[in-house]
Design a protein around this ligand. Structure first.
Ligand code: HMG
Ligand code: MG
Length: 316
């Protein structure tokens, strides 16, 4: 891929009823790299995180303290956190259980995320636990994290469909999501792990969570772009008042334990749309594109992001 055009930006036209400001929660180094066939050297990962922070991304999820046999791509989590130093302590890390939390605490991490499943099958495949057993694993993990003064995010996966079970009832997603959040999380991220959701479904799910007593400020959306719906779904969520969106630079990503999960919503695609809508996000698009072009070279394949391709090709 060629180097990107430096100053391309969309014309700004605001739309009534949308938030003024959005927080982009960058998951490329974790959700992106956990799914790469190639093992990325730890020094490249550290540079990736540093470049994303330098581009103005307010939150960069760095890695996971999961079992290294389950996700060998992130087996270097401790080494990465060592390379990142003080700045890394503010980067959230995934912890599935107390063992993962102990590893994160030893390194001074200040933000951890647990990740539950809305479906029985994915709980088994991703966590080696039943739907009910996952709460027994998370409960002491969150309690101890909170006692140690850490901030905890909770993810819930398969909110819009599951590759083994098909459709997932909204009531089931709300029930699992609320239970995870109520363990002591500050935010609940609703994952469309396999990217099958569509706009009406997004609106209905957010409405169901707010009807169950959650505020839109406590929810985040985590769209994968498998079926090309991620930006449309983001727009539906903006209309519903959600102000935190997970995205990955260059559209890297997937989930090693969910067949048919491809990349996350690309950070650049999200930034382009938010910029055009006049929604503040604080991110330098050119710097993220350059970072994704650099990362694509490291991985030996082009970025799937439409915005990265358009900007990189416009100078070719
Ligand atoms: P398990 O095999 O059931 O673990 O795995 P266990 O509790 O039975 O322990 C077995 C051994 O593993 C023990 O060692 C533990 O100490 C060790 P032994 O005593 O036999 O020597 N162990 C660990 N070692 C290091 N770090 C740990 C750890 N835990 C136990 N944290 C476990 C259960 C949850 C650990 C495993 O299933 C696992 O690691 N799963 C992670 C899968 C994963 O990372 N998936 C991707 C992230 S989720 C995602 O991508 C979705 C998301 O993006 C949102 C969306 O898109 O929807 C977040
Ligand atoms: Mg994901």
């Amino acid at each position: 891929m060629s180097d990107p055009a430096p100053d391309a930006l969309p014309t700004v036209v605001r739309q009534d009823g949308l938030p003024e400001h959005v927080t982009i929660y960058e998951v490329g180094p974790r959700d992106g790299l956990q799914n790469e066939a190639a093992l990325v050297p730890v020094g490249v990962k550290a540079e990736f995180v540093q470049r994303l922070l330098a581009a103005g991304l307010p939150v960069v999820e760095a890695t996971s303290f999961v079992h290294p046999k389950w996700v060998p791509q992130l087996a270097d989590a401790a080494e990465l956190m060592g390379l990142l130093g003080e700045a890394g302590r503010d980067c959230p890390v995934l912890v599935p259980n107390e063992r993962g939390l102990d590893r994160a605490l030893e390194l001074g991490c200040r933000h951890v995320a647990i990740f539950g499943s809305a479906t029985e099958t994915f709980a088994q495949k991703n966590l080696n636990r039943s739907l009910d057993e996952q709460f027994a694993m998370f409960e002491p993990t969150v309690r101890r994290a909170r006692d140690a003064g850490l901030d905890v995010r909770a993810y819930v996966s398969m909110c819009f469909g599951d590759p083994w079970e098909g459709g997932v009832p909204i009531e089931q997603v709300v029930s699992v999501g609320r239970r995870l959040f109520d363990l002591g999380a500050s935010q609940l991220s609703l994952g469309d792990t396999i990217g099958v959701g569509t706009t009406g479904h997004v609106t209905a799910l957010v409405e169901a969570f707010t009807a169950a007593g959650m505020g839109v400020d406590q929810l985040a959306m985590h769209f994968h772009d498998t079926y090309g719906q991620a930006l449309a779904n983001t727009h539906a969520a903006l209309q519903a008042g959600i102000t935190t969106y997970d995205a990955s630079a260059g559209g890297l990503g997937g989930c090693p334990y969910a067949k048919s999960a491809t990349g996350n919503l690309a950070t650049e695609d999200l930034v382009w749309m938010l910029t055009g809508l006049g929604i503040e996000h604080g991110v330098d698009l050119g710097q993220v594109v350059s970072t994704s072009v650099w990362m694509a070279r490291q991985l030996g394949r082009p970025s799937p992001s439409a915005v990265v391709r358009a900007l990189a090709e416009s100078t070719a």
